[in-house]
Design a protein around this ligand. Structure first.
Ligand code: 7MF
Ligand code: ZN
Length: 881
């Protein structure tokens, strides 16, 4: 057991910083056995803070070499230093503090602060990594102008980068050189970045709307020189889009992107120097799938958009994280939607939310979008803060409409430029610009839990009226037993007998021609009734169109109604939703039925129509053909029996694939690759559809499917087709072809870490090939590396998060496997260790055979001496009753 309980930090305890930093001057001496950091801070007392407080700076694992106040060296009686803090009891109102620390980037396996990744130095400071570099008031409401001088060996580290503009460079003795960077914009320490390495530079240009020329520079290891184009193209698209849609222009003369292989997260928005996980920025058609290209476009945009939503206006404290993340995810979602298929983008986002975020919101780690407390802030970079936070901003957009939302965003940036603010300031700007009252809406930031809407309807033949009654309830969550009703924008439509969207008349004298076919009903109380007039027959309701709010909706659609919606709902999102509800219903009803009970023929008919429908957006068809995942089915069930769910889903998939075999082959052939690889939405959709058909054929070990897969694997001119064929073979019973394809794939790409990660993930997530024994063997593979977060995610993460039938083996072996590796990782990289605990946290959701094993795995973790704060928090909250 951990001997002391980590401290809990509360939002209600927030106090303004006692000291401010006007200027931060840094000098880094980088060596092979460590780095010396000289920091000089120009500080003064905060006039808004109580007088006479001592100076207390944050540190983390620091070795102090010297301290000087206003140029006078201090003796160790004048201050109190530990690896985690530096305290000076008496300081003047204004002073300069110089501190020298010694740190060891080469031994830094946590990947927080300054560390080495494949021979280069790089940093990750969000949220509290800067304190691993030097003593500092490491909180986002302390903003300073930074000047950074980097000194290093010239031949090993020819490229020396930091935030802002490069103002000076030169040579030093002993083959060393230096560079000086100055960032004119005051920023919090979490946006500081430094990179030193032997990198190639790719240059590009962007002319802003006001005619300024921006230098775009991308830095990568030489072997990745040919994988930069897509990120640079994406960056320019994002820069233009932010000017056009938000009126936001870039503010420095240089914008830099760096790719690093060892990175705990996806990417980081450091001012003027964004750092990316290689897997989220490097791409070529030969090595990256369509999905990877799309992910890169949206992540590059996300980090760029932070320049305004996050950097120019930042967070007052980490409880406000969603201020920058929720808003920026909303911005990147809108951007991706504009760049591709809006319906498919909405489906992707909503399925992530409904499976993973709803699960988080219903489990022991549930917290509001603006949490009230935390032990370790890195555990709060969650789906709730990011994705639900995005939905909250999206609902404001829906309630205000695009023009008023833009006015609110303009006001927010104008009012708070250069400040560190709260989510409340954001909402207030939206209110002030629009005149709308969002006081009840603020509960979305304060209450955890997914609201549930129960819908009843009644059709009155004589009156020609249709009544919808909607009840809402917000479930209890840890620390929040009682909830108030929330303000929910609920978009609805009604579909008539002929499959037409009907005009929605909320009063009898409303003219049919003025009535819209979609209305956003605003729910604010426990229950509401809306009456629609002038109907000739009972309509089919299309509820929560476009997923207008992050809520669950219960309405007893019949299977026939769902089929009807699948082919007639004008709302593309709800067509997909109907397909998922129908398939879920069919799968669930088969769960405890004897083997000879057949799948409802209506599902088959629906899918046969889909496969033949050439008029529908093919990207949407490809999405609708995907059966709900096991994770989605678990989320929908009361207490989950994973093996039964997995079996029932397999049975349905098998029956569909056998029955639709000819349609699948025809669909495959119709959509085969011809000509050059293009990344246009039609081409992406075509490949997705074809590869879904292929996966289904291989699922039932179809001979022609096997031939097509092998041919596609060998002849592929792009990674989407190659990886899809590999995945299909891996998920078939054609063991010979599977092994041959795996070996050839590895042989061809073993020098490329991003491709090897895909190779690992395809195996570790396969219900067929990814047995625990095989996954254990992958951990012994020459390409596996416990120091690299991407490798851990692609094997351990993919197994526990995506290979649910093996992970939830009834003998508990999957859970013990995960616990064992979390324990080891807790020593080297606590952030990654804590993230891996997540598949165990929802143990109460599962039947006893599973939950007992999950709980005992959590207890194993709890009993480790000196557990990190990161893992401690997740484990203890999960076990709490
Ligand atoms: C798109 O938010 C959406 C979310 C923190 C690190 C990137 O810019 C970030 C960083 C985590 C989890 C998700 C994302 C990021 C982080 C992310 C990236 C791209 N400020 Br942790
Ligand atoms: Zn972000």
């Amino acid at each position: 057991m951990r001997t002391s309980q980590p401290q809990t930090i509360y939002l209600k305890d927030y106090e303004v910083p006692p000291f401010l930093v006007d200027h931060t001057d840094l000098r880094f001496e980088l060596f092979e056995d460590g780095a010396r950091v000289h920091s000089t801070l120009s500080m003064r007392r905060n006039p808004e803070s109580a007088a006479g407080q001592p100076l207390e700076l944050d540190g983390d694992s620091l070795e102090l070499e010297s301290v000087a106040l206003d140029g006078q060296a201090l003796s160790d009686r004048d201050y109190e230093a530990t690896p985690a803090s530096l305290r000076i009891d008496s300081v003047p109102d204004q002073f300069s503090l110089s501190v020298v620390t010694w740190i060891r980037p080469q031994d830094n396996t946590r990947l927080e602060g300054l560390y080495k990744s494949s021979g280069m130095f790089c940093t990750q400071c969000e949220a509290e990594g800067f304190r691993c570099i030097t003593y500092y008031p490491d909180r986002p409401d302390v903003m300073a102008r930074f000047r950074t001088r980097i000194e290093a060996d010239q031949s090993r580290y020819p490229v020396l980068l930091s935030n802002g503009n490069d103002v000076e460079r030169g040579e030093l003795d002993d083959g060393r050189h230096y560079a000086v960077w100055e960032d004119p914009f005051p920023k919090p320490s979490y946006l500081f970045a430094l990179v030193a390495g032997d990198l190639v530079e790719k240059r590009d240009q962007f002319t802003t709307v006001s005619g300024r020329e921006i230098d775009l520079r991308m830095y990568v290891e030489p072997r990745n020189a040919e994988k930069c184009d897509h990120a640079l193209v994406s960056l320019k698209k994002a820069m233009r889009w932010d000017e056009e849609v938000y009126g936001r222009e870039y503010d420095l003369d240089i914008f830099m992107i760096v790719a690093v292989d060892d990175f705990n997260m996806g990417a980081m928005e450091n001012k003027g120097l964004n750092i990316f996980n290689s897997s989220c920025v490097l791409a070529s058609p030969d090595t990256a799938t369509d999905m990877a290209f799309q992910r890169i476009e949206s992540i590059v945009a996300h980090e760029y958009f932070h320049n305004w939503s996050g950097n120019r206006v930042t967070c007052r404290d980490w409880f406000q994280l969603s201020l920058k993340e929720g808003f920026t995810v909303f911005r990147d979602t809108q951007f991706s939607s504009d760049m591709g298929s809006p319906t498919v983008k909405r489906i992707e986002d909503a399925s992530l939310l409904r499976t993973a975020q709803f699960a988080e919101d219903g489990g022991p780690m549930a917290h509001p979008v603006r949490p009230d407390s935390y032990m370790e802030i890195s555990n709060f970079y969650t789906l709730t803060v990011y994705e639900k936070g995005c939905e909250v901003v999206r609902m404001i957009h829906t309630l205000l409409g695009p023009e008023q939302f833009r006015a609110g965003s303009d006001l927010y940036f104008e009012r708070h430029d250069g400040q560190a603010v709260t989510t409340d300031d954001f909402v207030r700007a939206m209110e002030d610009a629009s005149g709308r009252d969002l006081s009840q809406f603020r509960l979305w930031y304060e209450q955890a839990g997914t609201p549930r809407l129960t819908v009843e309807d009644e059709y009155d033949d004589a009156q020609g009226t249709y009544r919808l009654t909607i009840h809402q309830s917000v479930p209890a969550t840890p620390g929040q037993p009682e909830k108030q009703p929330q303000h929910i924008p609920f978009a609805v439509g009604l579909i008539g007998e002929q499959g037409k969207a009907l005009p929605l008349r909320l009063s009898a004298d409303e003219d049919e021609n003025d009535a819209p076919t979609q209305r956003v009903l605003e729910l604010t109380g426990d229950s509401h009734t809306f009456t629609f007039h002038g109907l000739q027959a009972r309509p089919v309701p299309s509820l929560l169109q476009g997923f207008s709010a992050p809520v669950r909706v219960d309405y007893p659609w019949t299977r026939d109604q769902l089929m009807f919606l699948m082919s007639h709902d004008p709302d593309g999102f709800n067509r997909w939703d109907a397909s998922q509800r129908l398939a879920s219903d069919v799968i669930e009803s088969l769960m405890h039925q004897p083997k000879d009970v057949r799948t409802d023929r209506r599902l088959l008919t629906a899918y046969r129509h889909l496969l033949a429908d050439r008029s529908l957006d093919q990207a949407l068809v490809a999405r609708m053909l995907q059966l709900p995942t096991v994770a989605a089915l678990i989320e929908q069930s009361e207490t989950a029996d994973v093996q039964a769910i997995h079996e029932a889903r397999r049975r349905v998939l098998t029956e569909l694939a056998v029955e639709l075999r000819d349609d699948l082959v025809a669909c495959y052939r119709r959509n085969q690759e011809s000509g050059e690889y293009r990344l246009e939405p039609e081409d992406i959709a075509r490949r997705a559809l074809k590869n879904t058909a292929l996966a289904w054929l291989l699922h039932v070990n179809d001979e022609e499917g096997r031939m097509l897969a092998v041919k596609q694997f060998e002849g592929a001119t792009n990674m989407t087709d190659r990886a899809s064929a590999l995945r299909a073979l891996v998920n078939s019973d054609f063991e010979g072809d599977r092994q041959q394809a795996l070996d050839r794939f590895y042989g061809q790409f073993k020098e490329d870490p991003q491709v090897v990660e895909q190779w690992f993930a395809i195996q570790a997530s396969s219900p067929n090939a990814g047995s625990l024994a095989h996954v254990e063997a992958l951990l012994e593979h020459e390409a596996f590396d416990w120091k690299n977060p991407n490798k851990i995610r692609s094997v351990v993460g993919a197994f526990a998060g995506q290979n649910l039938s093996h992970f939830h083996a009834k003998d508990g072996s999957g859970y013990r496997f995960l616990a064992k590796h979390i324990l080891a990782l807790d020593e080297t990289n606590p952030q990654i260790a804590a993230r891996l605990v997540s598949p165990l946290t929802r143990w109460r959701k599962f039947k006893n055979v599973y939950s007992e094993g999950m709980k005992s795995a959590l207890e194993t973790l709890r009993d480790k001496p000196d557990l990190s704060k990161d893992v401690y928090e997740v484990v203890h909250k999960s076990l709490k009753d």
